[in-house]
Design a protein around this ligand. Structure first.
Ligand code: BDP
Length: 326
């Protein structure tokens, strides 16, 4: 072998390994994901479950890193960052995704679902997947829905039994058009505030109450400053896990399939976790001295036809499809 060849071969081998190392490094991907809740809350735990599946199925090549407790900003700004491609993933309330794609508003409407079984038939059936897909037109990829129970009113003044009892109360709402209209329709004064700013507003008496599910009422600490929880269950807004379309377009077909499948598989785990968390949260709240009361549900449902007529007429077709799901 000539001297020249002897030099070239190790050079080529060296080049091969450097190239290989660069490619391996390049294909390592970290997906940054935002959530307003803390670790341990079922939304985050659902995404962590998904992350574990993705990591295992890509041999550690794709990792999902979560930024909890609203550290990346409000849910509205998270959705905007996802649309711009400044963030890869976010878990938000459907009400915030509906702000960019109003078609999702059907999932927010009061008493739209008969019960949890009906809700999940809708979410995991043609209507739910149609709504997830519709987000592509808004630069978002809908990966899956998550459970979030029912939302009810709570406040610092006293128990609510009928909508009339809400009159004169300043109630925080999510920055969402439908939620604003709904709470106003029930007779309260709606005040849109970002989730992580609600506690100080309640503590300072700027607002009298808010509305949310039992786990959020506990983990946000709102119960400490608004001790009356009235179980009216006026909406059952699901959570949603979103990916930026800009990130999606950079993925290979195989990676897209892995991520989609992991998201879908994480749902039953998240739902189970949710049921347990809801029960333990209520126990803790009762021990802390919170006053829970049942309401006159008929009084809350009464007149909703008018609400649907006034604010949801454009979704009539989907609403009737939802009602037909058995
Ligand atoms: C919680 C949802 C969270 C919302 C929050 C809110 O998990 O995504 O941001 O309600 O009311 O139940 O803003």
């Amino acid at each position: 072998m000539s001297k020249k060849r002897l030099l070239v071969i190790p050079l080529l081998i060296g080049l091969f390994f450097t190239q290989h190392a660069i490619t391996a490094q390049q294909s390592k991907l970290i997906l940054h994901c935002a959530d307003v809740h803390a670790f341990g809350y079922p939304t985050i735990e659902g995404v962590l479950y998904m992350a574990k599946l993705v990591k295992a199925r890509t041999n550690g090549r794709i990792e999902i890193v979560i930024y909890p407790e609203g550290s990346l900003g409000s849910e509205a700004s998270v959705v905007e960052m996802l649309q711009l491609g400044a963030l890869d993933m976010g878990r938000v309330s459907v009400s915030q995704a509906a702000e960019v794609n109003p078609e999702l508003s059907v999932l927010i409407l009061p008493f739209i679902f008969k019960d949890e079984t009906h809700k999940w038939k809708v979410l995991e059936g043609a209507i739910g997947s149609g709504l997830l897909n519709s987000l592509r037109n808004y630069d978002l990829i809908g990966l899956c829905f998550q459970e979030s129970g029912h939302r009810s009113f709570y406040n610092s003044k006293g128990p609510i039994y009928r909508p009339e009892d809400l009159r004169g109360l300043k109630i925080r709402v999510q920055p969402s058009q439908i939620m604003f209209q709904l709470v106003e329709y029930f007779g309260a004064s709606p005040v849109p505030i970002d989730y992580n700013d609600v506690y100080p507003a309640l503590a300072a008496g700027v607002i009298d109450g808010a509305e949310n599910n039992i786990p959020s009422y506990l983990t946000s600490g709102h119960y400490k400053v608004a001790g009356y929880f009235s179980y009216d269950k006026h909406t059952s807004i699901p959570e949603i896990v979103l990916l930026s379309k800009k990130t999606w377009l950079k993925l290979t077909d195989l990676d897209r399939k892995i991520i989609m499948a992991a998201a879908k598989e994480s749902v039953s785990y998240q739902r189970e976790l949710w049921s347990e968390f809801e029960v333990t949260s209520r126990k803790k709240l009762e021990q802390a001295g919170c006053k829970f009361n049942e309401v006159d549900e008929e009084a809350f449902r009464l007149g909703l036809k008018k609400f649907y007529h006034k604010y949801a007429k454009r979704y009539e077709k989907t609403i009737s499809q939802i009602q037909k799901v058995k």
